[in-house]
Ligand binder design. Structure first.
Ligand SMILES: Nc1ncnc2c1ncn2[C@@H]1O[C@H](COP(=O)(O)OP(=O)(O)OP(=O)(O)O)[C@@H](O)[C@H]1O
Length: 223
């Protein structure tokens, strides 16, 4: 439980459907270290998103634990949990949108403005949008952006606070090859600068430059 950024032990999540309980995440032991690049693949419904939501502290485990820097996430108070979500990890969920009434730039700056409204935020958010190739859209509102452009806004927002780890659920799904290549190249840059990456994907052709690939099979994570 020492030096890992995130570690899980016998992590499980049960859901109830049709009056019956089933195990969506089944006793997963997992660890990711500083600067690692890890992929998780697996069929639809195998438990990948549930696992990421447990890591992000958005779901409570039914049993087992998530350890952050050696401390059980269950023991975090609200302030520690919100610090964890705002600055330790960057999470890009599969489907959780931008704020419709904020511009692209304001959306990217959102995590930083939760702390303060510093002007340096504008500089950093603009630099990230530039890296993503969408700086020209900074004053637009999300409703006028394409799916691929929105994904890049969410990625930029997730790395705004220089997290130790970026967790992204299907960051390139439904995107064309050029956009996918652009996003993957930004992710590799982020990884080279020391941020660990944990990426869920269905797309086998992006599975390169990875330290490690896991497969989720019916709630179990297999290397
Ligand atoms: N809140 C919930 N209540 C009941 N069942 C749920 C709930 N959330 C997810 N499930 C079920 O748990 C299983 C795992 O879902 P999960 O979203 O983790 O799969 P996934 O591997 O991410 O799938 P996909 O690749 O399609 O996104 C699925 O059978 C899903 O229907």
């Amino acid at each position: 439980m020492g030096g890992h950024i995130i570690e899980t032990q016998k992590l499980s999540k049960d859901f109830v459907r049709g009056g019956r309980s089933f195990r969506a995440v089944n006793e997963i032991d997992f660890a990711i270290d500083e600067g690692e690049f890890v992929y998780i693949t697996g069929r639809s419904g195998s438990g990948k998103t549930t696992f990421l939501n447990l890591l992000a502290g958005l779901l409570e485990p039914s049993s087992g634990s998530v350890y952050i820097g050696g401390k059980d996430l269950k023991e975090f108070d609200d302030k520690q949990k919100s610090n964890y979500r705002n600055s330790y990890i960057g999470y890009v969920p599969q489907s959780l949108g931008t704020m419709p009434n904020l511009t692209v730039l304001e959306n990217v700056m959102l995590p930083m403005s939760l702390y303060n409204n510093s002007k340096e935020g504008v500089g950093r958010a603009s630099a990230l949008l530039d890296k993503m190739g969408i700086l020209n859209l900074k004053d637009e509102f999300p409703k006028s952006l394409s799916g691929g452009e929105l994904k890049r806004v969410l990625l930029a927002r997730a790395i705004m606070n220089s997290p130790k780890i970026l967790i992204a659920d299907e960051p390139t799904s439904d995107l064309d090859k050029t956009t996918t290549d652009g996003i993957m190249s930004v992710l590799k840059d982020i990884n080279s600068s020391g941020t660990a990456l944990l990426i869920v994907t269905h797309e086998n052709d992006i599975l390169v430059h990875s330290d490690c690939i896991y497969n989720m099979d019916d709630g179990r994570l297999v290397k």
